[in-house]
Design a protein around this ligand. Structure first.
Ligand code: MN
Length: 239
């Protein structure tokens, strides 16, 4: 039986059809890595808990900005796509997963949720709050696999073991980033401007976050599948 990897949906707030949905690339990457992706709708806490008990691992995906009140700040910048029910579901899911030792891979917004859930904070808008930063938001006019900047991988981290290199080019589709890293996390990647591009839990458990989108880079860099294989492997499958 393939490990079941739960993927919290987004609420698709812009649509009058009020759908719960998740990006196809994440689901395909989990399947390609030998896992079974299970979408988690943003329903009530009790129902979600029952679904959670069947899971072997969790994948947090990209999406809109976390409401700053969850990291103790007022709105200080332009925010995009705030989805409060999703914030609440994902923040409590991360805390439960870390408590239980449930393997977790956190991508883009997912990295930010991971950090906030464990006590870290965010830059609400890189261009206004980190004026010296490079461009990190390569969205509308760019394909999702556009390699926007380089990252340096921190030696000795899980991300270094997954990628096998200490420098590489990545895509970049974000306007927020980690500010204070949560006490239990360590930075695993940074951009040349110092912007944090990944963080992970110290220790034997697989809790890894990156700011870029490996699910969109599987053809550009086959090593990116390693993130999903490691998650599935930690969740009990054979990668
Ligand atoms: Mn970036």
């Amino acid at each position: 039986m393939r490990p079941l990897i739960g993927i919290p949906c987004e609420g698709n707030l812009r649509s009058k059809f009020r759908r719960f949905c998740a990006g196809q690339s994440y689901c395909r990457a989990i399947a390609a890595a030998g896992g079974a992706p299970i979408l988690l709708p943003l329903v009530d806490r009790s129902t979600l808990h029952d679904m959670y008990t069947h899971l072997d691992g969790i994948l947090l995906t990209g999406g809109g900005d976390i409401l700053p009140r969850y990291f103790g700040e007022a709105r200080e910048a332009r925010l995009i796509g705030v989805d409060r029910p999703r914030d609440e579901v994902e923040l409590s899911l991360v805390r439960q997963a870390v408590k239980d030792g449930m393997p977790l891979l956190a991508i883009c917004r997912g990295l930010q949720v991971l950090n906030v859930a464990l006590g870290g904070t965010l830059y609400q808008d890189i261009p206004t709050q980190v004026p010296s930063a490079l461009q990190h938001s390569f969205r509308q006019k760019y394909p999702r696999n556009y390699l926007g900047h380089e990252v340096r991988i921190v030696p000795g981290t899980r991300v270094e073991r997954i990628l096998g290199v200490q420098r590489l080019a990545v895509n970049s589709l974000h306007h927020q980033s980690l500010k204070a890293v949560a006490p239990s996390l360590v930075t695993n990647a940074t951009a040349p401007d110092g912007v944090i591009e990944g963080a992970e839990l110290n220790g034997p458990r697989f809790v890894v976050g990156v700011q870029w989108h490996p699910e969109e880079l599987l053809e550009v860099n086959p090593r990116m599948l390693g993130f999903f294989e490691e998650l599935v492997s930690a969740a009990g499958g054979v990668a």
